[in-house]
Design a protein around this ligand. Structure first.
Ligand SMILES: [Zn+2]
Ligand SMILES: [Zn+2]
Length: 272
């Protein structure tokens, strides 16, 4: 496995961080990093063909890159994402993408705000509450292990969307990864990829680690004051995100989450 800077990177570590106002607008330079984790020497490998040990070593590499990049207090957020079969992109070596930037990604900022607002209102973690409720209800659960719950979220934007939630509360992936959790998570990711390939015609998908931003980059005193209690890291896997059916900003999903979960449970049992 190798990590290389992207050839034509949007974000570079050598860039000086400059924030300035341009009239009423804000400008910030593209200081950060765009890296590619090459996961296997075999051109045709995918998460479905790699061994579970190989998938696990990819998870450890995610952790290493997060720990290393978060030492830089000018990096505010790091996105770890992995695409399988992106339309218009020719087949390539299996890789993950690491994008570190001096602001918080929009989708993460919204998710962090929602989790914080829920916490301010309830004094409980949104995701811990969701776990309790979903485990009790069972119908949207794909798989439960000692450390994780694999489930279809209640209002999934698209069919077969799957989240992998750690059952132990924690805001960051890099702190949560241990020998036990890494082995468990790798087995779940691998099995999900094999189930998608075997039972759903190997669709394209995107896997994203939803993780706390770099707490070392706090700018204002109150930034992320309750994040260790209010945010709960997780993995989201979305099938063909470019095909999501959006109308006026809302998602239309014709498959109920209970049906998605039932289909996935069936597919998982077909690939031991
Ligand atoms: Zn939690
Ligand atoms: Zn999320």
């Amino acid at each position: 496995m190798r990590v290389v800077p992207e050839a034509d990177a949007y974000f570079r570590i050598e860039q000086e961080l400059v924030r300035e106002g341009v009239g009423m607008f804000d400008m910030i330079t593209a200081r950060g990093a765009s890296e590619v984790i090459l996961e296997s020497p075999h051109h045709d490998d995918t998460l479905a063909t790699m061994s579970v040990e190989q998938v696990e070593s990819v998870l450890w590499m995610y952790r290493d890159r997060l720990v290393d990049l978060k030492r830089d207090s000018q990096i505010r957020d790091i996105l770890i994402s992995r695409r399988h079969k992106k339309p218009g992109v020719p087949a390539h070596h299996p890789y993950s993408r690491v994008t570190a930037i001096p602001i918080v990604f929009d989708e993460m900022r919204r998710e962090l705000r929602e989790a914080r607002e829920y916490y301010q209102y309830k004094r409980r973690c949104l995701y811990c509450d969701m776990l309790r409720q979903e485990i009790a209800a069972e119908e949207r659960i794909v798989r439960l292990t000692r450390f994780f719950a694999v489930l279809v979220p209640y209002a999934a934007p698209s069919p077969l969307e799957t989240w992998i939630l750690p059952r132990q509360h924690g805001c960051s992936f890099e702190d949560a990864l241990s020998q036990d959790t890494a082995t468990d998570l790798a087995a779940l990711v691998s099995r999900h990829a094999r189930a998608l390939r075997a039972e759903f015609g190997d669709p394209g998908y995107e896997l994203v680690i939803h993780n706390a931003p770099n707490l070392r980059s706090r700018i204002l005193q109150g930034d992320w004051a309750t994040i260790r209690d209010d945010y709960h890291w997780h993995v989201e896997i979305v099938i063909e995100p470019e095909r999501a059916n959006r109308v006026g900003g809302i998602f239309v999903n014709e498959l109920s989450p209970e049906a998605s979960a039932a289909n996935l449970r069936h597919a998982w049992s077909a690939v031991t």
